[in-house]
Design a protein around this ligand. Structure first.
Ligand SMILES: Cc1cc2nc3c(=O)[nH]c(=O)nc-3n(C[C@H](O)[C@H](O)[C@H](O)COP(=O)(O)O)c2cc1C
Length: 388
């Protein structure tokens, strides 16, 4: 059994030799230092959200009004944080949420490969975004033996959508995560004030530029005429999806289908009826719609409506205790988003792996102290709202 909390002993023992941890273990310091490293433009894109960012801020703040009650006289000397998903046993209940700007987050602009290496180093599965600086085949290889999932932004062009799915299958991804809330970009004042939308500057489009169907839409290849390729990308980016599209997805792939962006219990129930293999409760980190409700406050109802279908969760997870609360409220797996991208910005694969390990260490030690040796105990203990 992996003892994630041992990271704490490593840090204290290194301190005896005068060695401090290479990266911050708390989110506030991580965020501040990452913003310094990223510079204003990338910080705006990664840290920014929709409207006045109320929903985004609530995502993280709302974890504070959930609390857990410890149990005593329980043997917690061994903890089991493993989960089962899509027929595979994962050593941890975390995953790396798809972040379509990972590619730009590292100095070498190959942040997708660095994120994949962090996944290989930690066993935390990486959900690779359609928007990437390196093709999905290379990203999958860099994940090593850790299974990876592919997140699809469904293009309007069906042949292109199918081509991306086929490539993901051929590359060995083990789930298809279809993002439902982003056929159009939400209103993001930080980026608008700076007139900056990275994709229109040709960033993170390598999955398109390397795709045979996409290339066949162009008069000249992207290497010769990038402006025309970007224009074609913009014209084909976002398909509005409805429930009718599920039949098409199910007809083109045998990969487990995960629907990302489900926050309403009725949508969760419809997703189950339409054959979704997992539901991904997320509001895109508050980047797509403002005026919403913190996702953690919606999770319990979504889990109830999903029945036996597993629910993945993200939005606002900043620490191990946040992750344990989401698990207590019924998430099968918990997505880490901005924190690992900040790790990439500070230290590439090692930085992202450190952030994931720190979250796991805190989660493990919290379970130890709270008397929850397994995730089933976490779930049974549940979490309570403290503000009502
Ligand atoms: C810079 C950035 C880029 C993102 N790109 C994608 C993406 O390509 N596909 C996707 O489904 N979600 C994307 N997301 C949303 C994340 O998958 C996840 O839902 C979100 O980061 C969770 O919020 P948090 O990071 O505040 O915890 C992105 C989020 C950020 C911050």
């Amino acid at each position: 059994m992996t003892y994630f909390g041992a990271m704490q002993n490593e840090i204290y023992n290194a301190g005896l030799k005068g060695i401090l941890p290479p990266f911050p273990v708390d989110f506030a310091t991580l965020e501040r230092r990452a913003h310094e490293a990223l510079g204003p433009s990338l910080t705006n894109y990664i840290a920014g959200g929709c409207g006045d960012e109320h929903t985004q801020n609530q995502n993280a703040a709302a974890f504070h009004h959930w609390g857990m009650v410890p149990r005593m006289m329980v043997d917690c000397s061994v903890r089991d944080l493993s989960i089962e998903l899509f027929g595979h046993k994962y050593p941890t209940p975390l995953f790396m949420a798809p972040i379509g700007l990972n590619g730009e987050a590292t100095q070498d602009r190959h942040g997708d490969l660095a994120a994949a290496r962090a996944s290989a180093m930690t066993g935390v599965p990486f959900c690779a975004s359609t928007l990437a600086n390196d093709p999905l085949e290379e990203v999958k290889k860099a994940c090593g033996t850790t299974p990876a999932w592919f997140q699809l932004y469904t293009p309007r062009n069906r042949e292109l959508a199918e081509s991306l799915i086929r490539r993901a299958e051929a590359a060995g991804y083990s789930a298809l995560v279809i993002t439902l809330d982003t056929w159009v970009t939400g209103w993001r004042p930080r980026d608008l004030n700076a007139s900056n939308f990275p994709q229109l500057r040709g960033k993170v489009l390598q999955n398109y530029f390397t795709d045979p169907v996409f290339r066949s839409l162009l008069a000249r290849p992207p290497e010769e005429d990038p402006a025309a390729a970007i224009f074609t990308w913009a014209a084909t980016f976002g398909q509005v999806l409805t429930w009718k599209d599920m039949a098409w997805f199910k007809s083109v792939t045998r990969l487990p289908i995960v629907l990302k962006g489900i926050c309403h219990p009725e949508d969760a129930a419809r997703a189950v009826d339409h054959g979704a293999d997992a539901i991904y409760c997320s509001n895109h980190g508050g980047r797509q719609a403002n005026g919403g409700i913190a996702t953690i406050d919606l999770l319990e109802d979504v889990v109830r409506a999903a029945g036996d279908v597993p629910v993945l969760f993200d939005s606002g997870v900043r620490s191990g205790s946040d992750a344990v609360k989401a698990l207590a409220l019924g998430a099968r797996a918990v997505g880490v988003g901005r924190p690992y991208t900040y790790g990439l910005a500070l230290g590439g694969a090692e930085g992202a792996a450190f952030v994931l390990r720190a979250i796991l260490a805190e989660a493990d030690l919290l379970m130890a102290v709270n008397g929850y040796p397994t995730l089933a105990d976490v779930r049974a203990a549940g979490a309570r709202r403290t503000d009502r």
